[in-house]
Design a protein around this ligand. Structure first.
Ligand SMILES: CC(C)(COP(=O)(O)OP(=O)(O)OC[C@H]1O[C@@H](n2cnc3c(N)ncnc32)[C@H](O)[C@@H]1OP(=O)(O)O)[C@@H](O)C(=O)NCCC(=O)NCCS
Length: 188
């Protein structure tokens, strides 16, 4: 079971269904869902369902991000049901380094919670410059395009899958479409 994570300015708390109203208010903003494939969540109950699915996913680990002083919910960070890193921050708080601070702390916690994992991946739209910046600041590198197998059904990838993911890292040129793939390899 994941515990809270503390950084200098933030608290990362395992996501709860009761966070739905605040998270729905963030995710309903056009500048937030613009680069997210699944689009806006239409209602608070749809947001609650998304949170419940995340909580039940075999590999998903998602945290709600709060500002430490005000305990205001400002976003989420974690791994989604597709085993991909995902985050969002309320636009009111953009460009203060919060996503970078949250993702860096998440990565440390993730590899402690899942000691057999060797890497973690994500994909983003090529126009999502701020997100690319966050990934690069946290040590992600541009990766080869990957097949899209759908949500995983096992709690951990096999060692072969992990090694295969790592051996392809950064070896291909940018994909021609607008999707970019990034990988973070656990430091040895
Ligand atoms: C991506 C996102 C989480 C970044 O949150 P944030 O707290 O503002 O991120 P940070 O402040 O840690 O870092 C943002 C960096 O992007 C840079 N940036 C912001 N807008 C930019 C732009 N249009 N072009 C280039 N760089 C940009 C900032 O200057 C900063 O870099 P710096 O520290 O070198 O100055 C936020 O924009 C967001 O929630 N977007 C919508 C959801 C989303 O796209 N999630 C990712 C899905 S893969």
């Amino acid at each position: 079971m994941a515990n809270e994570i503390y950084t200098s300015r933030l608290i990362l708390r395992p996501i709860a269904v009761t966070d739905a109203p605040e998270l729905h208010a963030i995710r309903s903003q056009e500048e937030v869902y613009r680069h997210i494939w699944t689009g806006p969540w239409k209602s608070i109950s749809e947001t609650e369902e998304w949170i419940q699915e995340i909580r039940n996913g075999p590999r998903s680990i998602m945290y709600t991000i709060l500002q430490k002083e005000e305990t205001t919910i400002i976003g989420i960070v974690g791994v989604n049901r597709w085993d991909k890193v995902h985050y969002m921050i309320d636009p009111k708080f953009w460009n203060r380094g919060y996503a970078t601070e949250a993702l860096a702390a998440f990565l440390v916690a993730f590899f402690k919670l899942q000691p057999k994992r060797l890497c973690i991946q994500t994909l983003l739209s090529a126009e999502n410059h701020a997100s690319r910046k966050v990934l690069e600041k946290c040590g992600f590198v541009h990766d080869a395009p990957k097949p899209y197998p759908g949500p995983p059904t096992t709690s951990e990838p096999s060692e072969e899958e992990e090694m295969e993911a790592i051996s392809g890292a950064g070896s291909n040129p940018a994909p021609s479409d607008s999707t970019l793939y990034f990988i973070y390899i656990k430091p040895t």
